[in-house]
Design a protein. Sequence first.
Lengths: 330, 330
Amino acid sequence: MRIDALTTPALLVEASGLEANLRTMSDALPERRLRPHVKAHKCTALARRQAALGHHAFTCATIAEMEGMARAGLGEDLLLANEVVDASRLGALAREGTRVTLAVDSPATVDVAARAGVPEVLIDVNVGLPRCGCRPEDAGRLADRARASGLTVRGVMGYEGHVVGLEDRATREQMLEESMALLGRAHDDVGGAVVSAGGTGTYDLNGWATEIQAGSYALMDTAYAKLGLPFVQALSVLATVVSVSERWSVADCGLKALGMDHGNPTVADSDVWFCSDEHLTFAPAHRVRVGDRVRVLPAHVDPTVAYHRYLYLVDGDDVLDRWDVDLRGW
Amino acid sequence: MRIDALTTPALLVEASGLEANLRTMSDALPERRLRPHVKAHKCTALARRQAALGHHAFTCATIAEMEGMARAGLGEDLLLANEVVDASRLGALAREGTRVTLAVDSPATVDVAARAGVPEVLIDVNVGLPRCGCRPEDAGRLADRARASGLTVRGVMGYEGHVVGLEDRATREQMLEESMALLGRAHDDVGGAVVSAGGTGTYDLNGWATEIQAGSYALMDTAYAKLGLPFVQALSVLATVVSVSERWSVADCGLKALGMDHGNPTVADSDVWFCSDEHLTFAPAHRVRVGDRVRVLPAHVDPTVAYHRYLYLVDGDDVLDRWDVDLRGW
């Protein structure tokens, strides 16, 4: 099958780029040094490729991702790197034989885990990003409470989300060190074998963590492309030109096919003007015709993938496979 | 069932607000004066409510929306207000008895319609928004070509998308008049009974169009709320507070539950800081607790709805019904 036959917009993954990205990361962070984050691709077929390279522990962002990974036989060691207030579905997963670890950052979320029968937790520590995570000085006390509730505390996690996207590498390095000093202090109080942190932007800098939660590296986007990392942009959205006028053209790929929080997508040799619900208005350097196909490079991989039902694995214009984006929803 | 039992994030539609919006619009634009746009809600159960108020002609943005509406028995008069380069699925719909009208704006798209057996078209005219639509002076020639190809030309359409969101009503009115002058000129050349245009922001100003393609009015968002229209914000995303710290709190509703092209969502009595994939970081005026529910008001309704599988119709904290968002995808 050729990509010409696909209904557009369609999410394409260039097989050679994906394989190169997976191998580059595996070489840098073999086996348990990497805990791939599935939120970036939401696709168990892709996770299976990561597992085939030796990574059998995964990171998830939602309960639905945990359930989907378990259903796909990839439940050897799943971390939900988020707090939840109802862990009953996770308790059920654990009882069915999946290894379930849950992030906790408050007495309330510790109690949620204990009540639901989630056996293992990580103490989630705030390392500078204004989001979840307890204060470093509270981590030990929280671990004590967890252990007193019968939970196994595997260690700590702390996501330096305010650092991973910084374009200047030296700044990234310095701020990472500060973040990991906070996480280290918490780890001293908490104990346990696991220090989970990191992302695609810090994968080769974060020597403090025992495991890196990178996800975007597999598919990449234009935001991460600015960092000069050794990963190629394997993801694009195939669109069809439906209208051509003198100064601009229009393709059938818009706000319902692209995560827009990082801004407009990119089209090669073109100036992207704006997106509407089902349209991309752009000015191509070379005139296009109605019916032409263009590849649109998303600015942010994760919310883009979440709009699509399928990922098409391609080799240039040949479609090799169709993968379900089966970890969507909640 | 109470909303406390819903898995979050969950898309809520306040029944009283929805009903008020539908009635207000129906009173202003009865029956065929309104051709509701389904792209804003992507939900045939909601479209059925619009039909019950006398609107039996609908506007769609995708072929999948056309097919879904036909399948739901709402195919009395469906307009695809977009150009396509493969209309074979629309031809099939027409042969099965659905009334299918397709927008065309070029010789190529006229030929697409004719070849596929789509019986009726509207000449799509550019009225100022840099998107689809032919030049007004080309509309007559295009209509001739369509008729010569055996197509019935029902009239013209022209979407004043650059006008509908302008906050100043006088400016909106003036620019609308300019746009509709262009459409009127095209209509003189094209003929036909239909002049299709308009949106929620111009529904009560556009006296030139024979039918208004409004969609957002049913659910509304914070962008349209700035215009002082008589429609209430019926749509929200229910989220759960999962983490509380001194200066901010975090709810489980993020970039995969919200269209972000119009910026951050709004939470009552709160300052929204930013969204991550599955998180909303916000500073509430009054302290919240882990487990509390908050209602998040999206900035843009259409790309928000497209992320969700269900709409929950609610009356305050009571869940009245669950509607499939069954018109998603392509």
